[in-house]
Ligand binder design. Structure first.
Ligand SMILES: [Zn+2]
Ligand SMILES: [Zn+2]
Length: 378
């Protein structure tokens, strides 16, 4: 990690020499990543150049590299467009675009993905992940690693509206998790409207689910129940604050939630498992009028008991990442050390080994959870 002293000294002496070209991974056809030399981009108005220090591999990166979607460049799939994927990164501000005074050269920052276009109805409502001009750069839209170049590279341009300061005592690897925690935060505080004392079930102990446990507890939810199949991850959920964990290979998840809540159920379910029957189970876990947020989904269409949802006035919604500045609130909780996010970081690789890092994340080699690519070893 860059120390506070290093940042301060660099700020004074402006010691961030910026090369003309940089190493960057680009997507050819599906599953084809190549390390190339690319020009270092120039920051425009309201933008800065970020020297990337670390980036985490996300399941969505794996999706994009294989299928293209949800990445979209001017309405087309991102293949053979010299496109650099990767979106869960952090780094150091090394150059300011015209008019930028919100950040200084030398600042350590983490980023959220979506800058949005800033001009459509959804962006104006703070729902920039649902930008109506998604993918159209000529309309001003940016979502790094989705519609504009991302972070499997040495540098990236970021709009200042996507950046949050990283405290000096937070390691680079941990700072890459701010955006993951931000997605969980958006699901909980914006979509869920969670208030202290409400019961929450988190289904699926992947990165968003585990961060969901930490964020829900930090927001005062009670009880927070985590369901899953992997004992080690459930154990991690406990250390992140879960009041109860349920291994669904041993016990029926709905029965367990009813047992733990004394038959009352919970107010909210954050579904992060993508299991085919998850929505039907979640409906039986919430009480009447309860809410269900879908942050994962099964590959194929699945039958849903709609009558049960309607009869019980159950709200269901899907989220596509963070929004409404949730990343800032997640960063604030992490800066206050309200939960230990870095627990879910399991593996680290250098920039030259991005395909290996992706393989570890995809195949969950050695029970990998968050695999981080670090640009400098120190
Ligand atoms: Zn992601
Ligand atoms: Zn927009």
């Amino acid at each position: 990690m860059t120390s506070a002293r290093e940042s301060a000294a660099s700020r004074r002496t402006n010691q961030f020499p910026i090369p003309k070209t940089m190493r960057a991974w680009v997507l050819g056809g599906p599953e084809q990543l190549t390390l190339v030399e690319k020009p270092v981009p120039e920051p425009g108005s309201a933008e800065v150049l970020v020297r990337i220090d670390a980036i985490a591999v996300c399941a969505t990166d794996i999706e994009i590299i294989k299928h293209g979607v949800p990445a979209s460049i001017e309405g087309e799939l991102p293949f053979n467009k010299n496109f650099t994927p990767g979106h869960e990164y952090m780094g150091t501000v090394v150059k300011l675009g015209p008019s930028v005074d919100e950040f200084q050269v030398g600042d350590r920052i983490a980023v959220e993905v979506h800058a949005g276009c800033g001009r459509c109805q959804r962006c104006r409502e703070g729902m920039y992940t649902s930008c109506l001009n998604y993918g159209f750069h000529h309309k001003g839209h940016r979502a790094n690693g989705f519609s504009t170049d991302g972070g499997f590279a040495e540098y990236a341009v970021n709009n200042i509206n996507t950046m949050v300061h990283v405290p000096d005592d937070m390691p680079d690897e941990e700072a890459t998790l701010i955006v993951t925690a931000g997605t969980a935060m958006y699901g909980l505080d914006v979509m869920g409207g969670i208030i202290a004392g409400e019961g929450v079930v988190v289904m699926g102990p992947g990165p968003i689910g585990l961060m969901g446990v930490g964020v829900a507890k930090a927001l005062g939810a009670q009880p927070v129940i985590l369901t899953g199949t992997r004992e080690r991850r459930l154990e991690m959920g406990k250390r992140l604050g879960a009041d109860a964990v349920v291994n669904v290979t041993n016990e029926d998840a709905v029965a367990a939630v009813q047992r733990i809540t004394g038959g009352k159920g919970v107010q909210y379910v954050l579904e992060c498992s993508g299991a085919p029957n998850a929505l039907n189970e979640a409906a039986k876990m919430v009480n009447r009028g309860g809410r269900i947020c879908l942050a994962a989904f099964p590959a194929n269409p699945v039958p849903v008991d709609l009558a049960y949802l309607v009869r019980n006035n159950i709200y269901v919604f899907g989220i596509r990442g963070e929004g409404k500045s949730a990343t800032h609130r997640a960063a604030a909780l992490m800066a206050q050390k309200r939960f230990d996010a870095k627990m879910i970081h399991t593996h680290t690789f250098p920039l030259g080994e991005v395909p290996t890092a992706i393989k570890y994340a995809r195949e969950r080699i050695e029970d990998a959870i968050k695999v981080v690519v670090k640009m400098r070893q120190n």
